[in-house]
Design a protein around this ligand. Structure first.
Ligand code: HMH
Length: 226
């Protein structure tokens, strides 16, 4: 019985095993700067414009995960969790437009930076039909969880997040989004526990790649690369 439970904890074990890159992604200096109020607003605006472009490319990826769930999942409730994710991305697109107007960011003039392009190319590679549902759902969890954990950190009681940035933090840091990430993790663990070892290995590598790409995305927002 205890053994059964351990088997279901692939994600938890990988997060411990790869703690340094996981922490780098979820506790990045950019997030610390939002949390302590020292954030450079031009970095925030860069992040906002680039993330809008990212989300536009993330939507077809999520749609591809939905398609895989419909074809490959042995549990029909997976589809409902992913569909809810897609629905919240619809709100997110509207939110980005409103937020961009508030910060005077011209979304139609933003072009994707190299780091963003790399990340989007990675998403496209995961959209291929030959990529296993288990691998795709693991990546999906990692992508959502990095934002959830990062922005929830900015909303803790002792955080000094500036009021004008709280709405952004609440988008991903709210409790409902946390629950949604928990659902994705449970799905991923269930799929992983039934997967062949080569699929498990691929999923672990993909999760690591997500954490690395997330670190680079934060770096890009702070103008540390490109
Ligand atoms: C870079 N990662 C990036 N942008 C996002 N909006 C998300 C994750 C969403 O979870």
């Amino acid at each position: 019985m205890a053994d059964e439970r351990e088997k279901m904890k692939f994600i938890e074990n990988w997060v411990i095993k790869h703690d340094s890159v996981y922490t780098a992604a979820t506790r990045h200096p950019f997030i610390h700067s939002i949390r302590d109020g020292s954030v450079d607003l031009s970095s925030f605006k860069t992040w906002l414009g680039q993330d809008y472009l990212f989300v536009r490319r993330f939507i077809p990826f999520v749609a591809s995960v939905l398609l895989k769930a419909c074809k490959e999942s042995d549990d029909e409730s997976d589809m409902e969790v992913i569909l809810a994710g897609l629905a919240s991305l619809n709100d997110e697109i509207h939110w980005f437009k409103k937020e961009a107007a508030k910060w005077d960011v011209q979304l139609n003039a933003v072009t994707p930076q190299k780091t963003n392009q790399n990340y989007c190319r990675f998403l496209e590679s995961l959209m291929q039909p030959e990529v296993n549902y288990t691998v795709a759902i693991t990546a999906f969890w990692a992508i959502e969880a990095v934002y959830q954990l990062s922005f929830a950190h900015c909303l803790e009681d002792d955080a000094k997040t500036p009021p004008e940035l709280r709405a952004a933090c609440e988008r991903w840091g709210n409790e409902g989004f946390g629950k949604y990430c928990d659902s994705l993790r449970i799905i991923a663990n269930r799929c992983l526990s039934k997967a062949l070892e080569d699929v498990q290995v691929k999923a672990e590598l993909t999760l690591l790649q997500v954490f690395e790409l997330e670190v680079e995305f934060w770096n890009m927002s702070e103008g540390r690369n490109n």
